[in-house]
Ligand binder design. Structure first.
Ligand code: JCQ
Length: 243
């Protein structure tokens, strides 16, 4: 998979792209990430990438010339998305669909934004990672790259694990425990140490369901529990840790 990122702060992305899952995917040749700096394509003496907004107002706007030049020199994989709080919400469905493609590209805004002609005539769409404003698109670009790349076949160590967890099933994850079995008087739920794998499986499904209903009911939407789900919640009546 190839991902091209356009940013006036390429160093912002360097550490994360070298680390952990993304770094390994690149080392193994599964992921080809290319970071481009529009400043390299600026033509004036000061290599400017921003200017004051027409009409007045605070701050600076990224100018179109170096952004168009950088993208046109590169012919990056499409779609090219502008990261912006005004964009379509990036979610697991879009992550899955991008992971099934050969690649995509991201353009990071900064300051008060980018010249509207960049959004209108250079990019294919706008993506937002959440309802908050960032100082620039770089952190959002990393979110998108990591969420997509971990779904690319061959990237995660365990092929099942990406599909198995939160959102894969539309439910939140069940709680995990490791040693020690007792920590400061807090015990690992007995069911997990029982060796009864069918019961462990049901306990985990009950926990996932209860966590989702209590913490993120929006993930399930309206609609009542199935008979099977009701039975599960009845079998494990509280979300406490003592089973
Ligand atoms: C992404 N949620 C918030 C910051 C200007 C397009 O112009 C700008 C873009 C940004 C970065 O994006 C976000 C964002 N998802 O703020 C400033």
């Amino acid at each position: 998979m190839r991902v091209d990122v356009f940013t006036i702060f390429p160093e912002y992305l360097e550490g994360p792209l070298r680390t952990s899952l993304l770094g390994r995917a690149r080392d193994r040749g599964v992921l080809d990430v290319r970071v481009h700096d529009p400043r390299d394509y600026a033509t004036d003496r000061h290599a400017s990438v921003d200017d004051a907004p027409f009409g007045g107002g605070a701050g600076m706007v990224l100018t179109p010339e170096p952004l168009f030049a950088a993208v046109e020199a590169t012919e990056p994989p499409r779609p090219l998305y502008l990261l912006s709080a005004a964009g379509r919400r990036f979610d697991q469905d879009l992550a899955r669909s991008l992971a099934a493609s050969d690649g995509f590209s991201l353009l990071c805004g900064r300051y008060e934004g980018v010249d509207q002609r960049v959004a209108d005539h250079l990019c294919d769409g706008e993506l937002a990672v959440g309802d908050y404003v960032l100082a620039g698109g770089e952190a959002a670009a990393l979110v998108v790259v990591e969420a997509v790349v971990r779904l690319v076949p061959g990237v995660m160590g365990n092929e099942c694990s990406a599909a198995e967890e939160s959102f894969g099933s539309g439910l939140l994850e069940y709680p995990q425990y490791t040693r020690p079995a007792s920590f400061r008087g807090w015990e690992v739920p007995a069911v997990l140490r029982s060796g009864d794998h069918a019961r462990i499986e049901r306990w985990r499904r009950a926990q996932s369901l209860r966590r989702t209903l209590e913490g993120r009911p929006d993930l399930r939407g309206p609609g009542s529990l199935t008979a099977d789900e009701r039975r599960l919640l009845d079998e494990f009546p509280d979300s406490g840790s003592d089973h």
